[in-house]
Design a protein around this ligand. Structure first.
Ligand SMILES: Cc1cc2nc3c(=O)[nH]c(=O)nc-3n(C[C@H](O)[C@H](O)[C@H](O)COP(=O)(O)OP(=O)(O)OC[C@H]3O[C@@H](n4cnc5c(N)ncnc54)[C@H](O)[C@@H]3O)c2cc1C
Length: 303
């Protein structure tokens, strides 16, 4: 209930103005590695130094203007160059609506094709995040078309809260895909997504096991210790090598668990976004764990 209320309230212009003005000082910095690439590089290097892999994202989504998407593409090209120059173990995850998917699928496809080629030139990788359910078909179409065109260095994301996802996974298996599995972070109606968390969790375990059993690479993106333990047990019982999967978590969430898994010899990637456009990202993090609202509120009181 509380999570839904936070996601709904996030659309209010008044809330946006207030949070944007003060949010970074009041706690957004826990989840966002700064507003500039220079600030992000310092954070990314620190995570790499502790044995963690990373991806980074220039925060932003829902762009409605072609010229603006070109600025985003150029910024990602700079990000790939900087990652290479700094020799960071960092790849990129981005939202196709940041590249124009919301108004022109062909434009978004051309933009991501250019970035996938640029990433390949620098031996890097790019993942297409999954957004609201309205974008799932188009995102999967773009992913398939990239792979069919020969881009091997791309992956995408499947969300366990959607009823459709087991079918989507089966349909992708012929590509030997690189897939990140998440529970899903958007407000979706009950005719499309499980309303009950227990169903989302059960679907998550089933999807990860199906993916691990098939070819391809499985990114298990959750902070849920029960699901992580279950995936480890499944991999062990079925002789699935540690090179076939990795764990992924968010910057600012469960840092100790991230390091414990590294200590045990598992690959852990920390999704570490940056950029001035952090508002919607922060709202999703608050909705996932309403206790985070208290964290922000406490910072307000301390000031
Ligand atoms: C690497 C990564 C990439 C993601 N990419 C996408 C994407 O492309 N599309 C999409 O829809 N969603 C994405 N998500 C978000 C995802 O859908 C979930 O909303 C989020 O991961 C919370 O679910 P959980 O699996 O951690 O399980 P939960 O059951 O929600 O959480 C398990 C435990 O983790 C801790 N926890 C979880 N979230 C937080 C938080 N925000 N702050 C503090 N503690 C927390 C709590 O202790 C909680 O009890 C991504 C998540 C990760 C980790």
């Amino acid at each position: 209930m509380m999570s839904k209320a936070i996601l709904a309230a996030a659309e209010s212009p008044r809330m946006q103005r207030g949070v944007r003005r003060h949010g970074m000082r009041l706690g957004a910095a826990r989840f966002v590695a700064g507003e500039t690439l220079d600030q992000a590089v310092v954070v990314l290097r620190g995570l790499n130094d502790r044995g963690l892999l990373c991806n980074t994202t220039l925060l932003g989504e829902g762009v409605c203007d072609e010229a603006e998407t070109r600025v985003v593409v150029e910024t990602y090209r700079e990000i790939f160059d900087r990652i290479a120059a700094e020799k960071l173990r960092v790849n990129v995850a981005l939202k196709l609506t940041h590249l124009g998917l919301g108004f022109d699928e062909d434009l978004a496809r051309a933009n991501i094709g250019e970035l996938a080629s640029d990433a390949a030139r620098l031996s890097n990788f790019v993942r297409l995040d999954m957004e609201e359910s309205a974008f799932v078909d188009a995102t999967l179409r773009v992913y398939r078309s990239l792979r069919e065109e020969g881009h091997e260095n791309v992956g995408t994301v499947l969300q366990s809260y959607l009823y459709r996802t087991p079918g989507d996974l089966d349909a992708l298996l012929d590509l030997s895909p690189n897939l990140r599995f998440v529970k899903g972070a958007y407000l979706e109606p009950p005719d499309l997504a499980y309303p009950e968390k227990s169903d989302v969790d059960a679907a998550y375990a089933a999807l990860v096991e199906r993916s691990l059993s098939a070819g391809g690479f499985t990114a298990i993106a959750t902070h849920d210790t029960a699901l992580i333990a279950r995936a480890i047990a499944f991999a062990k019982a079925n002789g699935i090598g540690r090179d076939r999967f990795q764990f992924q978590m968010l910057y600012g969430v469960r840092g100790k668990l991230q390091l414990d898994l590294v200590e045990k010899g598992y690959d852990v990637l920390v999704a570490t976004p940056y950029g001035p456009d952090w508002y919607r990202y922060l709202m999703r993090r608050l909705a996932e764990r309403p206790a985070n609202v208290l964290f922000i509120a406490k910072n307000m009181i301390r000031r």
